[in-house]
Design a protein around this ligand. Structure first.
Ligand code: SAH
Length: 249
């Protein structure tokens, strides 16, 4: 039988949001390669060797080839290897590239789905992303496609009228907002920013599309965060209430 590497989704933060399978894989691993975005409470569940790889932001990895080589080496030595990734392993964050590299090296790959931040984040602050009274769907999109990759067609996305959930969008919020406004979205369209969801640092703010970049600066909201644009964002609970719930959790 081939050696297996498990690509495991750690969810957005709180270990209570791990799947049962993710917990089993984490606890059963000889070696865990973890991204920087993983919550310390999840890392505390690791019983084997813990190797921190990647750097803040999660998706701009230090040296992707180094990570591939390390996984292949450890699995080849017969160790149970878990590659622990924030949220869901196949929603951004290069899970697909890692799976390809492992398969090319003759390893089997198990994908253990996790709760992606783009779904958990809006929900954590009361935003129902596909509330049928406002939007028949939701688009998960990156605001930072990466060096040499195609920029999302913001005008086309705006025309769908669907809720937009933008990952890695904080640093480029001014650009994205300008593109969406130019494409005809209303300046007053509700917009929310949800930062570090399901971690001890969770914060959010609700505003309008036109005010989004200023709001991020005013509130000092930083990555990791999601931008949520659409009528549904108006359902967000006031920031003070959500923070109190988080503390009492
Ligand atoms: N695979 C991850 C996404 C990795 S890309 C997932 O499914 O969630 C990294 C981006 O995800 C961050 O820039 C941010 O936009 C988002 N993100 C990850 N964890 C987050 C969290 N706890 N709170 C808010 N956004 C988060």
């Amino acid at each position: 039988m081939n050696h297996v590497v498990s690509l495991v989704g750690a969810g957005p933060g709180d270990p209570e949001l791990l799947t049962v399978r993710a917990l089993k894989r984490i606890e059963g691993a000889d070696v865990v390669l973890a991204d920087d975005l993983i919550d310390p409470r999840v890392l505390a569940l690791v019983k084997g060797r813990l190797l921190r790889v990647g750097k803040r932001g999660g998706c701009i990895s230090t040296d992707q080839h180094f990570i591939h080589a390390l996984m292949i080496k450890e699995a080849g030595a017969g160790h149970r290897v878990v590659r622990l990734k924030g949220g869901d392993p196949f929603v951004f964050g290069r899970g697909g590239e890692e799976a390809d590299a492992l398969r090319e090296a003759g390893l089997d790959v198990e994908v253990v789905s996790g709760l992606t931040s783009g779904i958990a984040g809006p929900a954590a602050v009361g935003i129902p992303v596909t509330d049928r009274r406002a939007s028949p769907g939701v688009i998960l999109v990156t605001g930072h496609p990466g060096e040499g990759r195609t920029e999302p067609d913001w005008a086309a996305l705006a025309r769908t009228g669907l809720t937009l959930v933008i990952y890695m969008g904080v640093a480029r919020a001014a650009h994205i907002t300008a593109q969406l406004l130019a494409a005809g979205l209303r300046a007053e369209l509700p917009a929310a920013i949800v930062s570090a969801v399901h971690t001890a640092q969770q914060r959010h703010a609700v505003t309008t599309l036109a005010d989004l970049p200023r709001c991020i600066a005013r509130e000092g909201l930083a990555s990791p965060a999601l931008l949520i644009i659409g009528e549904v964002a108006a359902h967000a609970v006031p920031a003070a209430i959500s923070q109190a719930q988080q503390v009492n959790g």
